[in-house]
Design a protein around this ligand. Structure first.
Ligand code: HEC
Length: 138
């Protein structure tokens, strides 16, 4: 009897270990491919007046409802709702990844399929002009 018990436990442990290994592999894989390899380290449109202007227009079209007029995460409709984008601090490539994929479980919609990478770069160029202490775009 004790023998069966132990082998059941072992099997359960093996399943858990395998599941964890898969999760970790999936996590590191998508992160390195999307964040580190696929996009430039620095926004190529950073500081370009035309891009900043286009980015402001896009922001006001697609992002303002939730992130607010000042990009501080305070929505005119819902009050404090989304995150303060003036404090973005994970660098440019991660910004592209978050905007493309969204965080659907946390009510941030995915924009892949709606916005081109270049348009997201324009929004980033605009948001960089609003950066406050603690922000990091590079
Ligand atoms: C329907 C509402 C909504 C819209 C529209 C929206 N967002 Fe968000 N966004 C959110 C919410 C809510 C969060 C916070 C998610 C969380 O807690 O991680 C968020 C988080 C983010 C983050 C992560 C911030 C951080 O510091 O972790 C970025 C970047 C972002 N949004 C960019 C954008 C951009 C760019 C647009 C426009 C193209 C946009 N969002 C449009 C709701 C929205």
């Amino acid at each position: 009897m004790p023998h069966t018990c132990i082998s059941r436990l072992n099997r359960a442990a093996a399943v858990i270990v395998a599941a964890l290994a898969l999760l970790i592999a999936a996590g590191t894989h998508s992160r390195s491919v999307l964040a580190d390899d696929a996009y430039p380290k620095v926004n190529p449109l950073s500081g370009k007046p035309d891009a900043i202007k286009a980015g402001r227009d896009l922001y006001w079209k697609f992002c303002v409802q939730c992130h607010g007029k000042h990009a501080d995460g305070v929505s005119t409709r819902w009050g404090g709702y989304a995150k303060d984008l003036r404090k973005w601090r994970y660098g440019y490539p991660e910004f592209i990844v978050v905007v493309l994929n969204g965080r659907p479980k946390k009510r941030m919609p995915p924009w892949g399929g709606y916005l081109e990478e270049e348009e997201i770069a324009e929004i980033a160029a605009f948001l960089e002009t609003l950066a406050i202490e603690g922000a990091r775009w590079q």
